[in-house]
Design a protein around this ligand. Sequence first.
Ligand code: GLN
Length: 189
Amino acid sequence: MKIGVLALQGAFIEHRKILEGIGVKTFEIRQKKDLLKNMNGIILPGGESTTIGKLLRDLDMFEDLRYKIIEGLPAFGTCAGLILLAKNVEKGQSHLGIMDITAKRNAYGRQLGSFFTEAEFKGIGKIPMTFIRAPYITTTGKEVEILSEVEGHIVAAKEKNILVTSFHPELTQSNSVHKYFIESFINKK
Ligand code: GLN
């Protein structure tokens, strides 16, 4: 079992730490050739979606990454990663455009947009959630299953091989969402 963590910008080290902590090997994806390595899944971390999207294009990784996920590679996007995976971005540019959701960027406001809460996550239970200038999901396609809502806004969902959260599970003490990704998206295959 090996998980690739997109490491162009943002909070990728934290994802590696959580995964290594539950005994899952990881490696960083920094250039096009890293996408050729064997991996059982991929993480698209939080950070700045515009920057990561631009780097993916500049480094000529965009199409290969997109194709791998469309082909079925299990993918977990957090925060900016959710925005990168979304088919639609409200009043903004979409990037990989794979998952049938609309993401609203900086949905909680630019300055006051960081907060911590605890909420139910379907299939896991109540978990801690850290939001940092987070998006939320405003529309979902037929195949999308909603996994968590906070104050009436969708903050986690899945569609086929893709899991997204608008919060940062890698920045909390809980590894439950990473375990869920490994168990429900990779091991069961
Ligand atoms: N606001 C950022 C964006 O639009 C996402 C923030 C995050 O990943 N913590 O890309």
